[in-house]
Structures are given as C-alpha cells and as structure tokens.
Design a binder for this molecule. Sequence first.
Ligand code: TMP
Length: 208
Amino acid sequence: MSGCFITFEGVEGVGKSTQLGLLEDRLVSDGFDVVVTREPGGTPLAEQMRALVLHNRSEPMPDAAELMLMFAARAVHTENLIRPALERGAIVLCDRYTDATYAYQGGGRGIADRLIDPLVELAQRGLWPALTILLDAPVGPSLERAKARTGKTDRIESETLAFFERVRDRYRARAAAEPGRIQVVDATGSREAVAARIQTLIRPILGR
Ligand code: TMP
C-alpha cells in the first residue's frame, strides 16, 4: 500500500478536529492527495451505524452492543474507504480509530482487551496507522469546551468525568506501550503552537 494512514485521538474537546483541519490545509497546499474522515462513520453506511451507536434513546445500549457497532462501522470504513484511498496513494487523516475503542470501550467501559483483540483482527485485517497523534490535555476543561461547542451531548459525551479520566489514562498507557506509532502531543496552548508540534511529527513520516 503506497499511501499514508494517520489518525488523531484524544478525549472530547481537546482540539482534534481543529488540528486535523489545519494539517489537511497544510498538506493540500503542499500538493498531497488528502482524504479526511472520521470514526465511527466515514461512509454513508458507517455514518448510519454512527447514528445508531451515538444517539440518545430511551432503550439502554449494552456495552457489548456498543463495542460491536464500533467494529461494524470500522469494518465498513476500512474496506470501503480507507484501504482504497491508501491503495491509490492518498494520505488518510482519520479522526479516531481503534485506539479509541481500547480507550472508551476498554478503559471507559471496562471491557477486557482479550475480548476486543479478536474484533480488531476481524474488522481491520492488520491495517494500523503509520502514525497516531494523541492530543493530550486535562479532561475537565476539554469536556467543558466540547459541551460549550455543541450545546447538547450524545450518549457517550453524557458520561461522567471519571469515565473520561479512565479514557485518558488508557490512551496514555497505549502510547507508552507503542511509542513508535503513538505520539503524545501536548494539546494545551495556542492552536498554532499545537499545530507546530504536529508538523514536527509529520515531517519524517512524509519525507519522501
Ligand atoms: P467525536 O466524533 O466527537 O469524536 O465522537 C465520537 C464518539 O465516539 C466519542 O465520544 C468517542 C466515541 N468512540 C468510541 O467510544 N469508540 C470508538 O471506537 C470510536 C471510534 C469512538
């Protein structure tokens, strides 16, 4: 596969989408073929699955169903969008991928890795990002920012502060275990300062 797969991770409100947009602008102006996408979602079918898993409704969603919907959406997205884009040589910038599942369904909900691992195998058939940028900042202010932005919360955003602390802890633990792929970026400070940190990480990956 000749393209380059880069993912952005972090808790809600940490600035992922802003930074992803800034990087997209930069890469497009440098002449790269860039595809921007997100999870859960990214294709019409996977976006329908996103609505299923994130919308608030009165009937409870068991954690197992949430986990499997994330992977159903991921299988669709990986096969129908990410792989074809990489095969034609594009840079794929994806807002969240499998690290989010280990952080939210693993760290947040408490589902064991041994139950998640086989679904990873099935849904993405070995496709992992070349680089994952983990935007890291204290959870409290990040969540406040996310809530102020949208004005309403989806099913997962309505979780407690303790849930998001576990999510952040799991993200950081994954970064410590895979320092080659997952780069932690301090997401505090101006958006220009954070963008400059990300540029420094991207340059060697795209040095071709
Ligand atoms: P976002 O597009 O605002 O980041 O919302 C996606 C939500 O879905 C966010 O709360 C994180 C959550 N999520 C999971 O719980 N597991 C996953 O595997 C993915 C991709 C997202």
